[in-house]
Design a protein around this ligand. Structure first.
Ligand SMILES: [Zn+2]
Length: 139
């Protein structure tokens, strides 16, 4: 695989993965994508920004999502928010109440999904909020 050059790899890909910049969660997200969706994170269009779903809601990531959709054939968008996210003010902003913080993320993800569907209704949007224990938080 290391021998493969970018020119040898087709640019069409089914998925965009959007994560927060927070490195603590990347291994967990990589494992979850493999286990639950059979996706190798190194074979996705990958976007990373502080606050993850916030970058979709405020429009920052939308041009990149459109490129994935229009030029690379992307069909699914995975959005990974997480607990104790600096982009949401950290745990302190929620008195260390994980469910309270998660609810804010779910609301942000709903808005992100709406924003994506407004422009690209065919895209499937799958959202997770990852807790400090590495497990997805239940809605
Ligand atoms: Zn974060």
């Amino acid at each position: 695989m290391g021998e493969r050059k970018p020119r040898d790899i087709p640019k069409r890909v089914d998925h965009i993965v959007i994560t927060c910049m927070d490195f603590r969660y990347l291994e967990t997200i990589d494992q979850l994508l493999k286990d639950k969706h059979g996706i190798n994170m190194l074979r996705t269009d990958f976007l990373s920004i502080g606050g993850a779903s916030k970058g979709v809601v405020d429009g920052s990531l939308m041009p990149s999502i459109k490129i994935g959709y229009e030029k690379h054939g992307v069909k699914n968008v995975y959005i990974f928010d997480h607990i104790d996210c600096g982009g949401f003010g950290g745990q302190e902003a929620y008195d260390n109440d994980e469910q309270k913080e998660a609810d804010d993320h779910f609301e942000s993800q709903d808005r992100a999904q709406e924003a994506v569907h407004k422009i690209m209704p065919e895209l499937e949007v799958v959202c997770y909020v990852i807790g400090l224990d590495g497990e997805p938080v239940e809605r």
